[in-house]
Design a protein around this ligand. Sequence first.
Ligand SMILES: Nc1ncnc2c1ncn2[C@@H]1O[C@H](COP(=O)(O)OP(=O)(O)OP(=O)(O)O)[C@@H](O)[C@H]1O
Length: 319
Amino acid sequence: MSDQTIQNDPETGSDAPLTVAPDTSDHEALSIEVGPEGETLLEIDHVTLRFGGVVALNDVHFSIKRGEILGLIGPNGAGKTTCFNVMTGVYTPTAGEVRFNGQVISGTKPHKINQLGIARTFQNIRLFPEMSALENVMVGCDARHKTSVLGALFRAYRVRPSEDDLPDNPLKRSLAKVFGISRHTLEERSGRVRSMELLKFVGIADRAHELSRNLPYGYQRRLEIARALATQPELLCLDEPAAGFNPAEKEDLMDLIRRIRDLGHTVLVIEHDMKLVLGVTDRIVVLEFGQKIAEGTPEAVARNPKVIAAYLGEPDDAA
Ligand SMILES: Nc1ncnc2c1ncn2[C@@H]1O[C@H](COP(=O)(O)OP(=O)(O)OP(=O)(O)O)[C@@H](O)[C@H]1O
């Protein structure tokens, strides 16, 4: 697929609604290879995290199974984002450990954890504002490249190109046949194609070449997801992806989350919107004051008296 296949929509002004036509392409090229579904992918093993006197996480224990969509919910200040931060290497637990694919990752640097296969989006969108949407996603793809900085600078490690990889220009084509093409060039090219495919997948390819700071809010949220997916994570963690969305946008987001899972990714989602969480997840873990108070199917969690009390407040029996 080339960039030219992306159609510019003259209707998409800065107030353009996020709701997009359903994406009917199969996006098979974006699928990732993963191990058997249902196995434990990530385990939060009795994790405690203290900030001075504040116990943000208190002996929290749960696991995420490969192939599922797990919801992490709880009232404000319950410890959800802190849990993400522990899983992605921002914080090291005071006690307990985090294992990913059986390997202890607590204490590992965030970029290493990303290389191991965990990516996240943020509650407050964090894009590169002066880069185009496409470039933002290409940064994610770069994280998967094998070429070193020196290799990229000197265009070292030349490889024999396949017929598809040969340039159209006859002179360049002949040179490539004789001298090969640098691995960096090939990686860059395939990163660009993959990035555009990801923008199509999340439904924002019509503005691929616009600076990300000029994109409407809903587009920026989807762009963050596309950039996280570009690192081909086994586990994608979404921190309040529906914040600021209207009901139609939330429906679209639920569909997108399901399609992300269908590509092979396991998804962990923090979200306050109960309709979305109950509608899209397979299981839910509930935190309150840094402790796990419930875990189960959406139906069971929605009926759980502890969860109802946490959200609605205890009935004032004493009064
Ligand atoms: N860096 C920090 N230093 C001190 N306390 C912190 C820090 N980060 C989080 N906390 C505290 O840890 C507790 C859990 O916060 P956290 O942000 O994880 O909650 P949350 O469930 O994500 O809340 P929200 O839904 O409002 O985002 C809160 O009491 C918070 O004030």
